[in-house]
Design a protein around this ligand. Structure first.
Ligand code: AHG
Ligand code: MN
Ligand code: MN
Length: 338
């Protein structure tokens, strides 16, 4: 008997499209182009040590952080390919101050925001990094898109996901019908379905947070982490700590193994009321993925991430995201119910 054939990501996208007779195939086309960009970046990431591309490019991005060479490569790869794919009207990147226009003649009905390489401080040490993407329908009627098309709440995403360049390269995405993971077979250059219908374990045993910042936490946040570290066999406490320092790698791990990830605001520094992570490029796409997988994503004061109306491209947001019962418990601590 023949072994069943692996389901490729393009097959999977086409099959989901068939469930929507009204679909024009544009979203499938857009995801297909994004996958090509991801494969290009994956190949470059794997070559990084050999190709002398490691190290910093010397530039500083809009967030005031050093831009690494691979960040630049990833940003340019996505920008160039997607600007001419014909499905987008405008893009926004974590690495670009302003919107990225799409050339006239190539204008389509979708928008793309992306973090070209998340966890870039981990490039030089061979730890997993990845690309995060978020897709919306345009708001403006026609012509080249504007910033207004990009400032949309996470709830209105039509697709979101990420590509992790780890021990193997994986793509994980949702179009609002569950979360599916695909692993790249580099010998064929194809992503195959490896993790269908990913669901978060309801409660976990792991927490991911930069505990070096604990002196700056709010009282509720500090009490919650102390609670996770206290003993109770029935709820698997104390939890174990896992913090990689690439949000994408931390959240990927938590999605598969269960866990809660927290990047709260710095309560002692009024200049950092919103934490570190960006709403449009990091928090909202992951919130969509995590909710679709049965988890939950809120701010450190209990607002649903997907309901936040963005007011600027590079807006930051304090993020608490992960297994539903863990996030529920966090909420009890910050609202004084525990
Ligand atoms: P980026 O590499 O895209 O700038 O993002 C880095 C982010 C995120 O991936 C990670 O969770 C966080 O920075 C780590 O921050 P700390 O070093 O402050 O813990
Ligand atoms: Mn990032
Ligand atoms: Mn980045």
């Amino acid at each position: 008997m023949n072994k069943p054939l692996g389901i490729t990501v393009s097959r999977h996208i086409m099959d989901s499209q068939r469930l929507h007779p009204e679909a024009t195939g544009e979203l499938s086309g857009l995801l297909g182009e994004l996958i090509v960009a991801a494969k290009t970046i994956s190949a470059e990431v794997n070559m990084a040590g050999l190709a002398d591309i490691l190290g910093q490019s010397g530039k500083v991005n809009v967030q005031g952080e050093k831009v690494q060479k691979l960040d630049e490569f990833a940003n340019n790869t996505i920008k160039r390919r997607m600007a001419q794919c014909g499905y987008l009207c405008v893009m926004g990147s974590e690495e670009e101050d302003d919107i990225i226009p799409v050339k006239e003649g190539y204008v389509g009905k979708y928008t793309l925001t992306f973090d070209p390489l998340d966890g870039s401080s981990n490039i030089d040490v061979n730890v997993s990094i990845g690309t995060i993407f978020s897709i919306h329908r345009r708001r403006t009627a026609s012509g080249q898109g504007t910033v207004e098309d990009l400032l949309q709440k996470g709830r209105d995403q039509v697709a979101a996901g990420y590509i992790i360049y780890g021990s193997s390269t994986m793509m994980v995405y949702t179009t609002g019908e569950g979360v599916h993971g695909f692993t790249l077979d580099p010998s064929v250059g194809e992503f195959y379905l490896s993790h269908p219908d990913i669901t978060f374990p309801a409660r976990s045993r792991y927490y991911s947070v930069n505990e070096g910042n604990s002196r700056y936490w709010s009282e509720g946040m500090s009490r919650y982490i102390e609670y996770l570290k206290s003993e109770d066999k029935a709820t698997h406490r104390p939890y174990s700590a896992r913090y990689i320092g690439s949000m994408l790698a931390d959240l990927h791990r938590n999605l598969i193994a269960g866990g809660i990830f927290l990047y709260p605001r710095d309560s002692k520094d009024p200049s950092k009321p919103e934490g570190k992570l960006r709403l449009l490029y990091e928090a909202a796409p992951f919130a969509f993925v995590v909710e679709q997988a049965g988890g939950r994503a809120i701010t450190d004061d209990g607002r649903n991430i997907l309901d936040i109306e963005p007011t600027s491209l590079h807006q930051r947001v304090p993020l608490v995201i992960g297994s539903r019962q863990d996030v529920d418990m966090f909420e009890r601590f910050i609202t004084g119910k525990n």
